[in-house]
Design a protein around this ligand. Sequence first.
Ligand SMILES: Cc1cc2nc3c(=O)[nH]c(=O)nc-3n(C[C@H](O)[C@H](O)[C@H](O)COP(=O)(O)OP(=O)(O)OC[C@H]3O[C@@H](n4cnc5c(N)ncnc54)[C@H](O)[C@@H]3O)c2cc1C
Length: 446
Amino acid sequence: MAGAGNPSSSCPDVVVVGAGIGGASCAYYLRKELPGVTVTVMEAQDRIGGRIHDVTFWGQTVNVGAAAFNAEQRNIAALVKELNLKTHCFKSSGDYPNNYAWDGQEIVRMSAFMADQPAATAQLQHCLKEFLSTMERTYQEYDQGTFSSVSEFLSAGGLECYNLASVSTFFRNMPVSETVQKNAIETMMREFFGQGLESSAVLAMVCVAAIYQDAYKTEGGMSTLVRALINSSRCNLHLNSRVARVQKTGSGKFEVWYSQTGDQTKLKLTADVVIIAAPIEWAGVEFEGFSPAIVQPRRTWEQLFFYVCHVAAKSIRQSYFKTTLPWPSDPLLLAATSKTNLPWTCIRHKGFSNGCNIYSVFSSVDITKDGLIGELFDGVQDFSSNRFDYMHVLSTPASAEGEFQDIKLADGVFYLNGLESVASQMEIAVISGRNVARLVSQESSL
Ligand SMILES: Cc1cc2nc3c(=O)[nH]c(=O)nc-3n(C[C@H](O)[C@H](O)[C@H](O)COP(=O)(O)OP(=O)(O)OC[C@H]3O[C@@H](n4cnc5c(N)ncnc54)[C@H](O)[C@@H]3O)c2cc1C
């Protein structure tokens, strides 16, 4: 597999489609595995990061997308260390005292609710212990090695028993009561991952881990990690470049067809290896000259957007909640349960600036346009609204029949995001990025 730009080397020319953390980590690991490789990263947007996006609001860095990781997510933790990024721990283990669930009638303090459920708490902690051992076995298997399918990844340490069960089935068997599932687990899954009890139990266990473990952020937001990965990979980065088609040529190489934002001209790159590092349902890439077996995804692109609004205000307006119960003086997080049917899923307190509280609100409508912002907050001083053209990929097998997308779509073509069927999170994207870099390295040495 000789590189097109460098015929004397055995290193391939690789094109990565997508500059989220999956594509960026893959480019980084490719450079480590194959120092002479030529890597070109194509990104449709005018920025890198994808679902990791930070903005400045009232002098603070606030996240629009992914916010945090925990120490058990050892690949992210290792990358942050390797790249000398500063982190801070913003939540210590077991410390979730200021999180509240709103079910339309009552404001429930999560920690008090869980304290009233000692049997469920013990059961959840037992489940977490088991889950962490399963993860440890999976990590041990793949710290050095590779896997060639999602099923292989799931079976190595025993993760399939979590992935093949929905959250409700899994916890019913434990047993963890429906009240705890609805008031605690589902609320966290909606808040952290935009998903509910129909998702796989892996994601539920990731939420339980998030409740009981320390949580970290990189200074400047998680986008600093993506930037550092791209810079260290020394890749050629093309922003505003949407890939539309990957075509296999007679010589076995690939033509990667793309166009730049605002320009219909079709441009072309040639590559030995192509890596699709974006969910297939969003990427809209066509394949020609080969026919990968793509499982029809369960959600379409049109359903995939939401709003993240940042607000500088005096306080949350209590009267909106029409509750006679004592109002929490210190809510860091107010998460609406699925019972409420509200357009917003959570309000998070992000800090203070210029005498104001800074909040972020996740919602399915633009709360600044439909008047909701005035109903939710008192003393609004400023706001900014971001339409985020992403949504959480469902963490379930790709099809209702339990199939997963292939990692290798054809000789020389790989797909990173099949592993989101296990859990849609940064750690999984990095595991996948490293795995594909190793697969490419193995194949190029044949
Ligand atoms: C609101 C929100 C909060 C989250 N919070 C957390 C969290 O706290 N912790 C955590 O671990 N995970 C979190 N996640 C999940 C995490 O963000 C994702 O799992 C991870 O960022 C996925 O990275 P990726 O590179 O696989 O995909 P993406 O980030 O989606 O990157 C794909 C990239 O490909 C580009 N692209 C798509 N199609 C094309 C094309 N045809 N040509 C060129 N480029 C293309 C896109 O523009 C995008 O930049 C959160 C997700 C969301 C949405």
